[in-house]
Design a protein around this ligand. Sequence first.
Ligand code: FAD
Length: 432
Amino acid sequence: MAWRIVIAGGGFGGFYAARALERLLKANSAEVTLVNEANFMLYTPLLPGAAGATLDPRHVVVPLRSQLQHTDLVIGEVTGGDPAHCTLGVKRIDGEQIELVYDQLVVALGSVSRTLPIPGLAEHATGLKSLSDATALRNRVLTCMDIAESLKDPAKRAEYLGFVFVGAGYAGVEGLAELQDFAAQAIELYPRCRAEGMRWALVEAKDRIMQEVPKGLSEFAARELRTRGISVRTETTVKEITERDATLSDGERIPARTVVWTAGVKPSPAVGKLGLLLDRSGRVMVDRTMRVEGFQHVWAIGDCAAVPDPARQGQACPPTAQHAIRQGRLVARNVAAALGNGRMRRFRYRTKGVVAELGHNKAVALTLGVRWRGLPAWFIARTYHLLLMPGMGRKLRLLVDWNVALLFGRDTSAPGRLGSPTPLQEGDDLDG
Ligand SMILES: Cc1cc2nc3c(=O)[nH]c(=O)nc-3n(C[C@H](O)[C@H](O)[C@H](O)COP(=O)(O)OP(=O)(O)OC[C@H]3O[C@@H](n4cnc5c(N)ncnc54)[C@H](O)[C@@H]3O)c2cc1C
């Protein structure tokens, strides 16, 4: 009988694990099943590009079926599990609750935005974690300008032209930079808004933005944002958010109807329902082979797992795509080894570089210890994503989108209801 391997989550970790398993195990020796909420893998580092309209939202995802030839895909939500009996509960897309039985399980459920008990946060702020977040943000910028353009009261107009990002990691800095770049182009089409001007602020609790890059590059990124008129507020937090403004810890009140929360992540809620041992931050406890403590046949990787970081004694790996990809590939080898193919290895990867786009054809990058900034870093960032994006068709889509945006500017249409059909009217009376 073929071994049954189930992968829960089809993001960076799960997708690369499935791809590697397809290569490592003969199709008739193992049945690999991948459970994911959607039929695509979201390429999150390009999400700011979708929000900032340099990329079509559909081009920042990888359709799982077209990339995985021998993996059985179950679209649905992981609802719980019993590792002692080797079962995983899944609510399939059609609503049916099923139970998958496995010999080996890989948990790769990723993370969700980590929120804090700040008044008004849940009601008035939005995240930048999903494709719908990115599309909604882009549409929101345009809707705010459309409303502001029709208002006579400058104070009210300022609310619609105020944008605050809270949290200055990858998602916050890249998201704000791309969206501001997009808005700066779009505002040329709104004379009244142009006269008023926009206000953009980036709020960060720590003493510098982008803790992921060395201090020099982080300072370059902050300077770059400031020269565009963006207010970068370090060692500052948000105290309260209302429909119309955000109040900072230093007492300043910024009129803004758009507040984007990008201040950290926590494991997906389903991780807590799998009966596995979790650390204080809710991540699954694993050893250096990524095997879950207490269970020989369960593994965990990516943002939802506390994989010991080879680069920092006593700490877990940071929640990045580059770690999740390497963990996905390695866990596949270790699962194969547990089934008698090859030998078990420890996770040894140390960050080799980082790239972060800043809009305006600028970026910061660190590659094998060499620091890059400005246009060369931007070129490296785009080349890196182009190489990493799976599939020739997907790579070409990126290239075309980027070049069209370079030549003709970003697309400023706001197809807000894309994907929601227009309801049909009541039937007309045929006699009438
Ligand atoms: C805007 C943004 C920009 C980023 N930029 C970078 C960058 O430049 N470089 C970098 O290294 N990292 C970056 N990251 C971080 C990176 O995206 C994550 O570290 C990476 O995606 C983690 O991979 P993962 O497989 O653990 O989780 P994910 O890629 O999030 O995959 C988890 C999968 O599990 C699915 N899932 C979750 N819960 C369930 C459930 N109950 N049932 C079924 N399926 C479920 C999700 O739908 C998803 O497909 C960025 C993140 C964001 C949000």
